[in-house]
Ligand binder design. Structure first.
Ligand code: CP
Length: 302
């Protein structure tokens, strides 16, 4: 059975992205409605999460729906050997929509192929995190008043950071210029640079987080070094504190510039920056509720 799912941000056209952003804005004005009355949503988290799971669950609760699921896969029959396929087929029997995070790249696509209800990818390994991208786009649009012709500076773990991969693809609709700041070990993968070249998107690469390299950014998109993706923790230790954003680095940035971060933050943004008027990452996380309300209602045809 083929149903509509959101697995990759490339599942959305530019028109669909703009439509979802408009819905998110409407939900921000009125987040408490009974649109999901009688609907049940499953949140299946095979990997830890704070924001994604709780904002999805908040989104459903505020719309009058109900949530079942797990935040710790070790409590499920997966530990007895039940396959992902069987798990998804079972949960499809119970709910109207499945939200799943899984450490394996491609797991969400596979789940969407075996499920009889829509599946939302809440992050699959280092691959994609499309609802994070929708809230990132919503945050960019809210803070910049537009999505077109912006300079987006992506900093940190561009190799394993699924949020930068999804965001890069989504922004391709809006004539961006990218600056990728990463150490050699964590550079933007070639497939995404190829994607930029194929789509005529300008990008530059730097290895230093300096005043000069962020001076013309409209958005400074910081990321955490993804410890959980390293097979060799010695390699992680080498790069874990490679970039630390401080107020002193922000003095000559543009007045409209905002700092985004998908969070969680470890050491890459000093706490002092939280009070800087350019810090937007906590509001960004709040926007996740409205963006996810919009995605859920769209997938359920409501
Ligand atoms: N941004 C994000 O995915 O956060 P969580 O891992 O806490 O869900």
């Amino acid at each position: 059975m083929s149903v509509k799912s959101l697995v990759s941000i490339s599942d959305y056209s530019k028109e669909k992205i703009l439509q979802i952003l408009e819905k998110a804005s409407a939900f921000e004005k009125n987040p408490n409605q009974k649109i999901l009355d009688g609907k049940v949503v499953a949140t299946l988290f095979f990997e830890p999460s704070t924001r994604t799971r709780l904002s999805f669950e908040t989104a459903v609760n505020r719309l009058g729906g109900r949530v079942i699921g797990f935040a710790d896969a070790s409590t499920t029959s997966g530990t007895k050997g039940e396959t992902l396929k069987d798990t998804i087929k079972m949960v499809s029997n119970y709910v109207d929509l499945i939200v799943m995070r899984n450490p394996i790249e491609g797991a969400a696509r596979y789940a969407s192929e075996v499920a009889s209800v829509p599946v939302v990818n809440a992050g699959d390994g280092a691959n994609q995190h499309p609802t994070q991208t929708m809230l990132d786009l919503y945050s960019i649009q809210k803070t910049q008043g537009k999505l077109d012709n912006l300079k987006i500076c992506m900093v940190g773990d561009l190799k394993y950071g699924r949020t930068v991969h999804s965001l890069l693809m989504a922004m391709s609709h809006f004539n961006p210029t990218f600056s990728f700041i990463a150490p050699d070990e964590l550079k933007m993968p070639d497939e995404y640079k190829m994607f930029c070249k194929k789509n005529g998107i300008r990008y530059e690469e730097h290895s230093e987080l300096s005043e000069n390299n962020i001076a013309d950014a409209d958005i400074l998109y910081m990321t955490r070094v993804q410890k959980e993706r390293f097979t060799d923790l010695f390699e992680y230790e080498k790069v874990k504190n490679i970039y630390i954003l401080k107020n002193s680095l922000l003095e000559h940035t543009k007045a409209n510039m905002k700092i985004l971060h998908p969070l969680p933050r470890v050491n890459e943004i000093e706490q002092e920056v939280d009070e800087n008027e350019k810090a937007y990452y906590f509001e960004q996380a709040r926007n996740g509720v409205f963006a996810r309300q919009a995605v859920i209602c769209d997938l359920l045809g409501l």
